[in-house]
Design a protein around this ligand. Structure first.
Ligand SMILES: Nc1ncnc2c1ncn2[C@@H]1O[C@H](COP(=O)(O)OP(=O)(O)OP(=O)(O)O)[C@@H](O)[C@H]1O
Length: 291
């Protein structure tokens, strides 16, 4: 793979990844890293290839060029090291919440006995506030509760990387913001490395350490990495009061409204795909006297 040795390897390293279908290059030559314990969001318009990127990270799809290295190993297919939380909850309907988590855990830890699996599943469900509902099947749970089971199941696996494809988009606004706060807390507690796709700018600002901005497709690219310097911990109710929040939000919205389109299919002179520009819109400009 070209450029591999030249790049300093972060925990997750996406290196020169291209995906094309006949007559249609979805994206070309994507390079980005995710450090251990870092939360990275990918933002872009519908069709630019976000789910395809996530599927490649999950090992559910393969790039046409380039590759992905996780913890020093190139990924070759799906693995429980990379747990995915989908938009729909993807629970097995005939199993209770607890059995759903136990099933995933038993794949991860085939030598564990029943009691140990059950205890670990209960602990995971307790963490997402579902201890009382462990014996209910998905049909007896609300949408938010089902998504909580999916979160518990993914985190119980203690994956190297947590992958989330718009995990809250099917939920009502109140449930969504409660779950966003919860995921922020759980991911921080576990120092979990996470990668998430979202259309919701505030969700990205709440959760991400860095936000990758993708141009419109076809032939999409990562135009910019936005470093989220807002203080942590953050929560949805007070996010908009943090200094720098408005500058950060405006920057991302401006990209989505204008530059994602005007930059589509272009490669500016001197463009280096291995290191898209990094910006910190939330950092206050230095006072003139201090510059
Ligand atoms: N199996 C396939 N065959 C041909 N084209 C495909 C296939 N899967 C995806 N595509 C195309 O790849 C492009 C990227 O799709 P993808 O689902 O990754 O986009 P996205 O950014 O996640 O969109 P959304 O935000 O709407 O979910 C789209 O133009 C889509 O039509």
């Amino acid at each position: 793979m070209a450029g591999l040795s030249a790049m300093q390897h972060p925990y997750v390293s996406v290196e020169g990844v291209t995906r094309a279908y006949p007559g249609h290059v979805v994206f070309r030559d994507l390079w980005f890293g995710v450090n251990r314990g870092e939360f990275v969001c990918l933002v872009g318009h519908s069709g630019c290839g976000k789910t395809t990127v996530l599927n490649i990270l999950a090992g559910l799809d393969a790039p046409d060029a380039g590759g992905v290295i996780v913890d020093g190993q190139e990924i070759r297919g799906p693995s429980l090291d990379r747990a995915v939380i989908f938009q729909g909850h993807a629970l097995m309907p005939w199993m209770t919440a607890e059995q759903n988590v136990v099933f995933a855990l038993s794949c991860r830890h085939p030598r564990w006995g029943k009691a140990r699996l059950r205890d670990a599943a209960r602990e995971a469900l307790d963490k997402v506030g579902l201890g009382q509902a462990a014996d209910r099947r998905p049909a007896m749970l609300s949408g938010g509760m089902k998504q909580r089971v999916g979160i518990a199941r993914a985190l119980a696996l203690d994956p190297k990387m947590l992958l989330m494809d718009e995990p809250f988009s099917a939920l009502d606004a109140l449930t969504r913001s409660a779950l966003q706060d919860e995921v922020a807390r759980l991911v921080a507690e576990a120092n979990q490395t996470a990668f998430m796709i979202t259309h919701d700018v505030d969700e990205a600002i709440l959760l991400a350490d860095r936000i990758l901005l993708m141009t419109n497709g076809p032939d999409a690219r990562i135009a910019e990495t936005v470093v989220n310097t807002l203080a942590k911990p953050r929560n949805r109710a007070t996010l908009h009061k943090l200094p720098g929040y408005h500058a950060l939000r405006d920057h991302i919205l401006e990209f989505l409204l204008t530059r994602s389109r005007t930059l589509a299919g272009t490669r500016p002179p001197g463009w280096d795909p291995t290191s898209p520009p990094e910006v910190r819109p939330a950092e206050a400009p230095l006072p003139v006297a201090a510059q």
